[in-house]
Design a protein around this ligand. Sequence first.
Ligand code: GAR
Length: 203
Amino acid sequence: MRLGILISGRGSNFEAIASTIARRRLDAEIAIVISNRSNAAGLEIARERGIPVRVIPSQGLDREAYDRLLVDELRTHEVELVCLAGFMRLLSAHFVRAFPDRVLNIHPSLLPAFPGLDAQRQALDHGVRITGCTVHFVDEFLDSGPILIQSAVPVLDTDTVETLSARILAQEHAIYPKAVQYLVEGRVTIEGRRVLIREDEPQ
Ligand code: GAR
């Protein structure tokens, strides 16, 4: 399956997907990495791995005009599944319709709790005992589409935003490649808000 990865920054989730592919635990190919920011550190990771990159700045464009550029670029690279990996923009209905049920996002909380920015800080400020991360399908609303995988992470009394974020990130790196592999294997069906994952065939 040909993946298109959209990033805005560090790119560690992108790297987790790329290294899972390299270890042959994920049967996919990264066709293109696109960033809306030219200084995204993830771009360097892609270049080092020989993965094609493209910077598409969003300045001066409305959401739909920008998303048309993204869709064109993804189609040029024959992308079948789009993975948002720290891509800090809301996508338009135009984009979502261009890849029906084929856009995933990772978010650092157990959605629907703490959508939006600074999810780890929101969890600490709220005082929850358990938070985590979520891989979900993307619709045109913020962090709201059907949920594919979640992983829970306890909040410790000693946690700061940094320590909590680091433990959540380790789980993000585990569940994102796994979620992509479920789709690659064709095991996923969406029924309303519920995502059903067929059991692995016994060997
Ligand atoms: C990750 O923690 C991801 O869950 C979060 O941004 C970080 C990106 O890190 N995404 C969101 O908050 C989306 N609402 P990365 O660039 O190292 O993958």
